[in-house]
Each structure stands twice: as C-alpha cells, then as structure tokens.
Ligand binder design. Sequence first.
Ligand code: AMP
Length: 304
Amino acid sequence: MPVLIVGSIALDTVKTPVEEHADLLGGSASYAAVSASFFTGAQLVGIVGGDFPKAHVEFFESRRIDLEGLQQVEGESFRWSGEYMTDMNVRETRSVALNVFEHFTPHLPESYRQTPYVLLANIAPSLQSYVLDQTARPRFVVADTMDLWITIAKDDLLALLKRVDLLILNDSEAKMLTGETNLIRAAEAIRGYGPGYVAIKKGEHGCLLFGDPSKQEFFSCPAFPLANLHDPTGAGDCFAGGLIGELARADEAEITFDALKKAVVSGSVVASFNVEAFSLERLRTLTNEDIDARRGEFRRISQF
Ligand code: AMP
C-alpha cells in the first residue's frame, strides 16, 4: 500500500559546531517521503520554486516517490536555516523564508484521494486539515506538528486532532500543548483531543508510544546509541516517514498496538541513520539490509 505524505520541501542551511552547509535538500515531507520509501511507495504533496535543483527531483524519482502531487511554480523555494549549539539537542532557527510556500494550497491529484495511509508531516494544521478534506476516510492518519503551530494555530491544531489516529510530537511540545508537566498525563490529555495513539519523541532518549491505558498499551523505544551525530535535522520527519511506511507495508487487517510498536522501531532506525550525515545524504546509500541489521541492534539493546 502506498502512503500519502504532505509537508514542506525546503532548501536548508544548517550549521553545527563543526560544519556549515547551504542549500541542502530539506523539509518535513522530503525527509518523511524518502524514509517511507524504504518500506513502500510514497506519494509526495508539496511545492517548490523554479530554483529547486533538478538533481533533488531525480533523487525523489530514484526512490520510487510519486511526484504527481509536487507543484513546481515560479519563484523561490521555501528556505530554512538552523544552527545547532555545542549540545546538539539545542537548535536555534536562524531564518525562515516562506517564498512559494506562502501561497501553497495542497491540492491532491485524483489518484491520491483513496490512499489508505496518510502522513500529515509538519506544516500548518489548516493545510493538514485541507488535505484530509480531499481524501476518502483514510485507514490510518498520522500527524506531526511543532511548537510554532501550538503557539500560533492551536485552535486549528485541536480541530485537526479530532481526525487523526496518531499524533507525533516531542516532549516539550506535548507539555506545551496540554499544559501538563508529566508526559503520561500529557499523552492522556492528547488522546482526549482525538488521536487514539500518541508518540512522544525525546531526542537522544528515544520515544514513548501511548495507546489505551486500560489495555496497557505503552511502549518505550530506545534511541540508538550514536557517538557521532553530524546533523539532527529531519530526524523527527524520518521517524514519522519510516513509521507510516512500515504500517503501510504490513497493511495488516487490524492495526494493532504490536504493529505500531514495530512501526515506531522502523521509524527510529531510519532516523538513527539519517543523523549520521547532513541533509538526506546518509539515506542515499542506506540499504534495507542496513535497516534490518540495525533493527536487530535495537532489539538487542532493549532486552534485559
Ligand atoms: P526537524 O529537524 O524534524 O524539526 O525538521 C527540520 C525540517 O523542517 C527542515 O528541513 C526545515 O526545512 C523544515 N521546517 C522548518 N520550519 C518549518 C515550518 N515552519 N514548516 C514546515 N517545515 C519546516
């Protein structure tokens, strides 16, 4: 089964304490679609300008990503620039230029409207809702979000959440959205807004998956121990893409908590590779054998 992915497609400039690179392929949908493509076919909905390099389009094509939903218009692509501090968990946004993204309306091609697995990668929640408006009720909807939307578009986000099966966000965002200081209570509050499942990312400390507490649906996924982190950008998007890709690949008759646990591990595996190099560079050479080997490592480090 294919996955439908909507989000940003960007040219990023990223600075770490040791390196700086400009005009890199980035954006939430780029990371998510390439990550999902290790598990299943992806349909990409986004917008780029005339300056978007052909090589990036060819890279998407080489990953079997369907680009019928990619709009290329006159003007400049969305640009984002971020800087990581000595503690790479701390990032500051240096600049954002919306450019063609400012007037983006994510129209779905007819051929995408029945796609059963949908990932609403990080963009404004009103646009995420608009994508759902154009679909037949998908089988499983995953949404990602960020602190910006909790601050400036909370009502839109709460409206969206009524239509989402799994919300992905990081620990500080979960606290910010709910006003809770405890992640267990935050997840329960978010489930009360609509999603049956909540995945809370904790950066280098892994991720928590919450389902129905009365069925003891709780899973703690470790992060892969990495000594050399080169660029954390897009880790969350790779996590989301790998997660939905794995769910769509399995396409089980019933989406069980066990299936979601496996999907969380798949997302974490791809994310752990992605941070080993800038932009999407590591995923260019990544193989499914590499993914399977690291999945084994995840299993080994979680057993006791
Ligand atoms: P992450 O590291 O998961 O926060 O994702 C970083 C990616 O998100 C970068 O490649 C950016 O181009 C993209 N990005 C940054 N700000 C936004 C925004 N406001 N809306 C959509 N995408 C964004």
